[in-house]
Design a binder for this molecule. Structure first.
Ligand code: NAP
Length: 276
């Protein structure tokens, strides 16, 4: 896809990866709509984009909380009214939650899912009807390497990101042939404010990194949009994990069937055991 002149919405654009994505798309002369809750931070982004890319369309800031349906409709409806399209939607808004699963409250689980999973779903449900009328569009869902496997002390976060990946895979199949593409981005540790904002419960330590710069992550995502890549692994660790997970999957499946049989008090191998 050629990005110049395209209408691009980036959620969570007030800091970190989203901010870097908004600038990277603006650098390609896209018409960027930058959404987040912190208006002052969006204004800073608008100023930086205007200074760095004076010949690009101005970045348009929209205050939007992705947990609020009315905000999301305003974001998408307003963008369509202004630019006559949404060519690319990047669902990037997200928050973290770190700590022992047994200590994470149900309210905290729900709050996290409402942003990371349902925030993306709300935006998808608003945007797909518009993309369908044009028979084109790209939806980029920012998951995480944490979507690939349940990491200790990150159960809620991993669950939210694995769910984002699952929704993306379902949607990708459902939209097959519609002209709308669905991409999943799997960043690894990235140097952003994420870790300052995440809620921490209990006393587990966080690994010390290493962290990628957000600009590099954003450049990888934009390149993947240009090249029609479906799954974007932005780190060697993410790529390795995806390969290993693929290799181990049939073995794990068989082991799980065996455990379930044992727990039911059955000894005979199931007819499914040979299947992968
Ligand atoms: N940093 C990492 O190591 C890492 C690794 C893998 C994946 N990711 C994912 O990358 C995405 C961006 O994270 P980041 O690292 O760039 O962190 P960040 O700097 O904290 O950015 C998070 C963004 O999400 C926005 N946001 C949070 N809650 C929101 C809500 N309810 N409605 C709208 N916007 C909301 C924030 O803006 P406002 O507060 O202004 O609303 C902010 O712009 C997230 O989905 C995160 O899970 C991060």
């Amino acid at each position: 896809m050629r990005i110049e002149g395209k209408s691009v919405i980036v959620t969570g654009a007030s800091s970190g990866i989203g901010r870097a994505l908004a600038l990277a798309f603006a650098g390609k002369r896209a018409a960027v709509t930058a959404a987040a809750r912190r208006a002052d931070r969006l204004e800073e982004l608008v100023r930086e984009a205007a200074e760095r890319f004076p010949d690009a369309p101005p970045v348009v800031p929209v205050e939007c909380d992705v947990t609020r349906e009315a905000d999301v409709s305003w974001l998408v409806g307003g963008t369509v009214e202004r630019t006559a399209a949404v060519d690319v939607l990047v669902n990037n808004a997200g928050v973290g939650l770190y700590g022992e699963t047994e200590l994470v409250s149900i309210d905290d689980f729900q709050e996290l899912l409402s942003v990371n999973l349902l925030g993306a779903v709300r935006c998808i449900q608003e945007v797909v009807p518009f993309m369908r009328t044009r028979e084109s569009g790209v939806i980029v869902n920012v998951a995480s390497v944490a979507a690939l496997y349940g990491v200790p002390y990150l159960s809620a976060y991993c669950a939210s990101k694995a769910a984002v990946a699952a929704v993306s895979q379902s949607l990708r199949a459902e939209l097959d042939g519609s002209g709308i593409r669905v991409m999943i981005a799997y960043p690894g540790y990235t140097d952003t404010e994420f870790f300052e904002h995440e809620k921490v419960v209990g006393g587990a330590r966080r690994p010390p990194g290493p962290f990628a710069p957000p600009d590099r992550v954003a450049a990888g995502v934009v390149r993947a949009v240009e090249r029609n890549v479906g799954d974007v692994y932005l780190t060697a660790q993410g790529r390795a994990l995806s390969v290993l997970r693929g290799l181990a999957h049939p073995i794990v499946e068989r082991a799980m069937r065996k455990i379930a049989r044992e727990l039911r008090g059955e000894d005979e191998p199931s007819p499914d055991d040979g299947k992968q």
